[in-house]
Ligand binder design. Structure first.
Ligand code: KIV
Ligand code: ZN
Length: 506
């Protein structure tokens, strides 16, 4: 079967979305997992935009062994030079240069004529050819561009050396039939040679990113640009897990293969969620908590008789844990380390130690420790692995239906000890207010708070993810604990520590 390339842009288009920013170390870690997942190209960032972006692409380039690493650049020399610099250590580097081709973008955003845009595209591809083994050109807002002009620019950039031409639905506006027609028109009018790959890149503003990506593939596109969990600008991008599982589940109709190791999908999705602190909604296709759960009696009866009655794919095929009881308070450290490795984690000694300590504490509180608990506490240990600008030494809270929720915290900040108390709407609000009194960051704001149970049962751990903002930027934090108020406290402090860590590199 013919192959369709998977181009992952979680670290670039995905990272551009609010609350999804990642440190350099986290980017490299996710990139290694993406390579294990089997993606063909990893777009690692937009190097000209900040020193942290440059460092992120460099770190990813140095970490990969066989996947190509792409760096984004507008069609201007400064961007292309930055992209070239960021890829110096890449075994397979790709410069991805773009310029908008729709009338509305050319006139209002760029203030350029189509002829000027075409010249900039050609010049940038020619220039990039000297610095990277592969050059990809994107016609931004292609789906709202004139097909004749798109074909002209496509033919010209191919002539200049672009091996991949991407035709994005930048605004998530296209209908699947229109998007497919654009690919057919461009291929025909530009007379695209067989060695050149046309690529699809879809945003989800009208919920059609996946449908449009598949329509493009049916119309001959052989690269799909996607992100894990569908994160990305505004409503996000087409989700990798959805595109890949659609190609596999409907292989009989679509007749295409990918190089994706599907058993790595769930782990990659969880890793991203734990790095960004953004929870996965329960009904998110493929990776959501409820996707393989059958609630109604009729469905349960059907599945018990034959799984295929209501399941079109299996949880095992994407590497989901089975929920079996795994370890308890008498389990040893070796067994714990082996379990982590069975779940696909490869912790360094510090993280293993931290996760082990958390496991012992959890096993004392909780009768049954499930795979999901182990995964949550490992991800917790990884997420908490940031320098501790703030440390909560003591926290106490009171509340009830006849008293005002009040909290006291004692914190160590840069070696100094502070104590504060505050009241609030509830214990979490009171703790956050007391912490805010200690840290004294005037514009700190809690943007998002989410609490989810890791497993079933009244002794389940609560997983809290938060997002805070300061100075126009957002930072996420997370923590799990059987005590949800303590988890909330730790998640908030984790976000503050991550903020301070990020500020040092900004
Ligand atoms: O959505 C878009 O058009 C993009 C391009 C930079 C490829 O992200
Ligand atoms: Zn995009």
């Amino acid at each position: 079967m013919e192959k369709v390339l998977i181009f992952d842009t979680t670290l670039r288009d995905g990272e551009q979305s609010p609350g999804a920013s990642m440190s350099v170390r986290e980017k490299a870690e996710l990139a290694v997992q993406l390579e294990r997942l089997g993606v063909d190209v990893i777009e690692a960032g937009f190097p000209v935009s900040s020193p942290a972006q440059m460092e992120g692409v460099e770190a990813v380039a140095a970490s990969l062994t066989h996947a190509a690493v792409a760096a984004l650049a507008r069609a201007v020399k400064g961007d292309l030079d930055a992209a070239a610099k960021s890829l110096k250590q890449a075994k397979r580097g790709r410069i991805h240069t773009f310029i908008a081709t729709s009338e509305i973008h050319m006139q209002h955003k760029l203030g350029k004529t189509p002829a000027q845009v075409l010249q900039m595209a050609v010049d940038s591809v020619r220039y990039a050819k000297d610095f990277a083994a592969e050059v990809e050109f994107s016609a931004e807002d292609a789906s709202r561009s004139d097909h004749q002009f798109l074909a002209e620019i496509t033919a010209a950039v191919i002539e200049a050396g672009a091996a991949i031409v991407n035709l994005p639905d930048t605004t998530g506006y296209a209908l699947p039939n229109e998007y497919a027609e654009m690919f057919l028109d461009v291929r025909r009018l530009a007379n695209v040679p067989p060695g050149v790959i046309l690529s699809t890149h879809c945003h989800n503003d009208l919920g059609m990113a996946l449908a449009n990506s598949l329509a493009a593939v049916r119309a001959g596109a052989r690269q799909i640009e996607v992100t894990i969990n569908g994160i990305g600008e505004r409503a996000g991008n087409a989700a990798l897990e959805e595109a890949v599982m659609a190609l596999i589940t409907r292989r009989g109709s679509l007749m295409l293969d990918t190089g994706i190791q599907t058993k790595e999908i769930f782990r990659t999705s969880k890793l991203l969620s734990s790095i960004t602190g953004q929870p996965i909604s329960a009904n998110k296709p493929i990776v959501g908590k409820n996707v393989f759960a059958h609630e109604s009696g009729i469905h349960q009866d059907g599945v018990l008789k034959h799984r295929g009655t209501y399941e079109i794919m299996t949880p095992e095929s994407i590497g989901r844990a089975t929920g079996e009881i795994v370890l308890g308070r008498h389990s040893g450290k070796h067994g714990f380390a082996k379990k982590l490795s069975d779940l696909g984690y490869a912790p360094d000694a510090d993280i293993l130690e931290q996760a082990w300590r958390q496991f012992c504490a959890l096993a004392d509180k909780k009768k049954e420790v499930f795979d999901e608990d182990i995964a949550a506490l490992f991800e917790d240990a990884m997420y908490a692995n940031v320098p501790e600008t703030y440390h909560v030494e003591y926290v106490n809270f009171t509340g009830g239906n006849t008293s005002i929720p009040t909290a006291t915290v004692v914190m160590i900040c840069a070696g100094e000890r502070f104590q504060e108390a505050a009241t609030g709407d509830g214990p979490v609000d009171a703790i956050y207010s007391a912490i805010n009194r200690v840290i004294r960051i005037p514009d700190i704001k809690l943007e998002h708070y989410n609490l989810a149970a890791v497993t079933e049962g009244k002794d389940a751990q609560g997983e809290v993810s938060v997002r805070v903002s300061s100075g126009g930027k957002q930072y996420s934090g997370r923590a799990t604990d059987t005590d949800i108020v303590l988890a909330s406290c730790r998640a908030y402090v984790n976000a503050l520590n991550r903020m301070q860590g990020a500020k040092k590199t900004e």
